[in-house]
Design a protein around this ligand. Structure first.
Ligand code: HEC
Length: 106
């Protein structure tokens, strides 16, 4: 039993380190949130979905402003309204910078 548990634990650690990509500049919770954004908007903010806007290179202040609008329901979208409510202003800023540059920050 303990052998099995150890294997399971090792597998989970391995998949946690290998799954997604890691970024020093983001705390673990932020990274999870960012991975969610990336799933839709693309790893560098550009994506092939017709219904999802590209964020790569987008103005930081604009993106923070839109996220705040989603959070306060000034702008409504069934996904983004929910997503933005999970974010603090600092996280909005960090993510906007991430997508503005289109790559991970060091
Ligand atoms: C399930 C897919 C999905 C996820 C997850 C998601 N988005 Fe979005 N996002 C969208 C869609 C769709 C829109 C366009 C909404 C609309 O039409 O108003 C959008 C719009 C935006 C906009 C406004 C873009 C513009 O051109 O006005 C920003 C900024 C944004 N998302 C940032 C984020 C961030 C940051 C995260 C992660 C915290 C995130 N999104 C997670 C689908 C997603």
């Amino acid at each position: 039993m303990s052998v099995l548990n150890n294997k399971l634990a090792a597998f989970m650690v391995l998949s946690a380190t290998m799954g997604g990509f890691s970024c020093q500049a983001f705390a673990e919770d932020d990274q999870k949130l960012l991975n969610m954004c990336i799933a839709c908007h693309g790893v560098d903010g550009s994506n092939d979905f017709a219904s999802i806007p590209n964020l790569k290179g987008q103005n930081v202040q604009y993106m923070v402003g839109q996220l705040k609008n989603f959070k306060t329901d000034k702008r409504q979208d069934k996904t983004m309204s929910k997503v933005a409510k999970l974010l603090t202003e600092e996280q909005m800023q960090a993510m906007a910078v991430y997508f503005n540059t289109g790559k991970e920050q060091d």
